[in-house]
Unconditional design. Structure first.
Length: 90
């Protein structure tokens, strides 16, 4: 937590970067799911996609209340996205 305080004192906004990163991951997951469904009805998210979605939602909700948890979940979500073939740095 001290590192977040020091970053803020230096004029940095690490939680803003986390928020932006989460928004990007959510968009990438939505794009992947939309592309994989390809207009078919009745399709559902895979277990891995559902886990990623849940982590993203929880991380997004945690940003203000528990930044440490949000940061951890964000990094975990990045790894989950990579495992699903989602390019997180594209």
């Amino acid at each position: 937590m001290a590192s977040l305080r020091h970053a803020h004192e230096r004029g940095e906004n690490p939680m803003g970067e986390i928020k932006n990163g989460l928004e990007k991951l959510i968009t990438l997951l939505q794009n992947k799911v939309t592309a994989s469904f390809n207009g078919r009805s009745g399709d559902r998210l895979s277990a891995a996609e559902s886990d990623l979605e849940a982590n993203l939602i929880f991380a997004e909700q945690s940003v203000e209340e528990d930044p440490t948890t949000a940061r951890r979940l964000y990094y975990e979500a990045q790894e989950q996205a990579k495992a699903l073939g989602i390019c997180v740095h594209c």
